[in-house]
Design a protein around this ligand. Structure first.
Ligand code: HEC
Ligand code: HEC
Ligand code: HEC
Ligand code: HEC
Length: 179
């Protein structure tokens, strides 16, 4: 009898979490591309996010890779780290969105079609519900970096040693300056 109620409990849990996950999966967010995010995030006073990104290696991650060998342009196992939104549904994306723009804002902040409006962006809770990813602390940021800067996942040829978070983060950091 005890066994049976445990099985029922486990089943109920599986069904409910399945339903929950499915609900999340049903929400579909499209990509808009760095240029569109940058329309509101480019002022020097606010942290010059667009400029810092444009000057970073991330903006060239796709082009550098394809310059080495044009065949890489279609290689999904390269695109998952050297581009953003590869394989995403073009119907959901902005017409100007291009994977050729490399590791874009939305690779780290989440696909922005539903949070990009001024009204949603000004409300952090609403933004998160609409797909914005926020980070609890530096450890969470480092975990995000390691999804790509992971020596274990990278093809052997281009491992350059361990990812040094503090040093690397300094090169791309774009927080608002303290006032
Ligand atoms: C229409 C203007 C606008 C657009 C477009 C826009 N944002 Fe924002 N964003 C804002 C405003 C306003 C805020 C809130 C004020 C602030 O902190 O700068 C904000 C806040 C943010 C934050 C801080 C969130 C937090 O609470 O920690 C991030 C990250 C961000 N935006 C990323 C993006 C990305 C990525 C895109 C493109 C997908 C984008 N934004 C597009 C206006 C915009
Ligand atoms: C798990 C993520 C990941 C995958 C998968 C991946 N790369 Fe990379 N790649 C990186 C990172 C991170 C760098 C930055 C330098 C480093 O740490 O080696 C890089 C650097 C490079 C560079 C050097 C860029 C330059 O100009 O210095 C080339 C070329 C490259 N990758 C090609 C490829 C190709 C081709 C594939 C597919 C066969 C691929 N990468 C798959 C993450 C990845
Ligand atoms: C979607 C995959 C992806 C994510 C996530 C990512 N990167 Fe990268 N990053 C790359 C690739 C690919 C390159 C190599 C681009 C090239 O050189 O062509 C790179 C290059 C860099 C470089 C330039 C390399 C150098 O030695 O100067 C820095 C710095 C960097 N990343 C920092 C970070 C940090 C910090 C994070 C986390 C906040 C992060 N990256 C998250 C894919 C990613
Ligand atoms: C490689 C990952 C990565 C990329 C690419 C990236 N960001 Fe960020 N961004 C971060 C991290 C990490 C933070 C810091 C979050 C924190 O401090 O909690 C951040 C912070 C921000 C903030 C909040 C600044 C503040 O202090 O309030 C804004 C706005 C923002 N990013 C916009 C952008 C825009 C726009 C782009 C593209 C032009 C972009 N980001 C590209 C990782 C990234």
């Amino acid at each position: 009898m005890k066994k049976l109620s445990t099985i029922i409990l486990v089943l109920a849990f599986v069904v409910s979490t399945y339903g929950f996950n499915k609900k999340i999966d049903d929400k579909k967010f499209g990509y808009i591309g760095s240029a569109k995010c940058g329309m509101c995030h480019k002022k020097d006073d606010d942290g010059a996010q667009l400029k810092i990104w444009e000057a970073s290696a991330h903006a060239k991650a796709y082009k550098n890779m394809v310059a080495k060998d044009a065949a890489n342009a279609k290689n999904e196992s390269c695109l998952k780290c050297h581009a953003t939104g590869a394989g995403s549904d073009p119907k959901l994306n902005d017409a100007k969105f291009s994977i050729e723009d490399g590791v874009q804002c939305e690779a780290c902040h989440g696909a922005g079609s539903e949070y990009k409006s001024m009204k949603v962006m000004k409300d952090q809770k609403a933004s998160i519900e609409a797909g914005l990813i926020v980070f609890a602390d530096d450890k969470a940021i480092e975990t995000q970096c390691l999804t790509c800067h992971d020596n274990k996942n990278k093809p052997e040829k281009h491992v350059k040693g361990d990812f040094k978070f503090e040093e690397m983060y300094k090169k791309i950091k774009h927080n608002k300056p303290a006032k």
